[in-house]
Design a protein around this ligand. Sequence first.
Ligand code: F6R
Length: 614
Amino acid sequence: MCGIIASTGEAASLNDLVEGLARLEYRGYDSAGVAVTREDGTMDRIRAVDGTASLKLLAELANDKSDGYIAGLGHTRWATHGRVTTDNAHPHFDCTGGLGVVHNGIVENFRELKNELEGSGHVFSSQTDTEVIAHLLEDYLKDGAILKDAVAASMSRLRGAMSFVALDANYPSVLVATKRMAPLVVGSGSHVNFVASDIPAILGKADTFYQVGDDQVVVVSPDGISLSDLFGNPMELAEIEVQWDLEAAARGGFRDFMSKEIFEQPAAVRDTLLGRLNQEGEIVLDEMRLDPDELRKINKIFIVGCGTSYHAGMVAKYAIEHWTRIPVELDISSEFRYRDPVLDKETLVIGVSQSGETLDTMAAMSEAAKLGAKTLVVSNVMGSSMARAADAVLYTRAGPEIGVAATKTHTAQIAALLLMALYLAQVRHSLDPHEVARVFSDMVMLPEKIQKVLTSDASIEEVAQAMVGVKRFYFIGRHVGYPVALEGALKLKEISYLPAEGYPAGELKHGPIAMIDADAVVFGMATRTRLWEKTISNVEEVRVRGAQIILVANEGDSESAALGDAIFEVPETHPLLAPVLDVIPLQLFAYHLAVSLGNDVDRPRNLAKTVTVE
Ligand code: F6R
């Protein structure tokens, strides 16, 4: 989620670094920083907080200070560990101040490494997980290792998905980088070589691009690029063919941000879950500022949110009630604040808002605080207004979302809320610790399963194209399939502008079924839960009235498949986690139908990404 760029070579400059960072701003903009080595063997660092402002400051300094530049590291941060402060901004240094590191991702075992390093005398100057890398490298260098071997040895001790680049002032032109399940590319230009988290950062500056594989170490110097595995065995450099212009590159080669973000969901969910389980197998939610004792006293929960965030909250209601037995009420934010809700200091109000700035949710949360309740916000934006104002915060780590229709932030919200539900069950002892660990291990499998769902993109596109001309869509589901139905309908409305309604499947015959005829298309959420048979009966009821049926069903479920005109398959998972998978075919369907209709999916008409009016 953070952006990285580093350069070395005769033609390398601080200006290029800062320009690259500006292009990477979409990966995070809480703070930015650069560290450069100079001809005199020194290393300078400039860091600043506050997104765009920090980049402007860096640009000004770059103009003043670019003389004597040998090599440099640049970073734009999307905070995960440690608040948005200058001290937490990258690059991070070792104790000597002569070794710098920029890092993207999460060091899951940073606490234990930090304890060990502090125990042996290292002094930390930030709260980040990144800083352990600098101090680990320092130890290996002190023992006589060269930087390449120090990076390999450190990487084998680090757990989690990440990439990092290191620069040692003693060898001022040599960059060493490595990665695991996080993006990293190497670029070569005329008298300049680069390492970057993303191609856009170095597009137009490098002419040839190379891949770095997981657990490989790349050494980039003015004279060349060499690649090896963590044991030092040389590896072949593989070139990447890049035919993008700058604008296309920001979209990572995708047609638009919405499709890019749909495909980023495995990473969004994986990053949201990273580092949340300690070695004892307990859930840890570091940034939550609520004391377990306070959480034990909670006797009622309200969840508030708007649109897609409200739907994520609805999934959480089922999970919290099931796992903790605390009663949960769910409210649309704009309704909550005017309905005179009954709250007290033993009530927890959870606000779900990816932006953390939606006025209705913000007002609902401040109303809750005024009435004496505890407040917790689930947000994707570090330091957002709601995150600052609430008693507690839980961040989703989906990275910036640019498409107006929320996709990756939605699945990350569900993941974060389910984590929170498990955490509550853990501190209140309402769920056996083995069951908590078992559900968490099912959650950890979700990114891989999402990836599998995404492989159906082309077949979903075909179904969507065949639906051009359909005038009305209905989505039905039971239990957690109901919020999925609502979200499927909302996605379709937002970007295709067609009437689409979501209903609890059991409610159809109380009115809505009157609208069903041969012109209707009905989506049924038919994964195998204990309510599958009942949902299927409701599907039958609309099928016999002539509607076309599309089912979201489990892989290989021939009984469900026999009932649908089309089937969107998803892998099996724990029933309460199913919405994370089941919603994805619906996002893809809405996307492809809207594209087929010629609509601008990133900027749908009449909508804004963040609604700051009532
Ligand atoms: C739908 C969508 C909106 C938002 C809603 C709340 O795709 O994006 O429905 O979910 O406006 O926004 P946040 O989560 O920022 O409070």
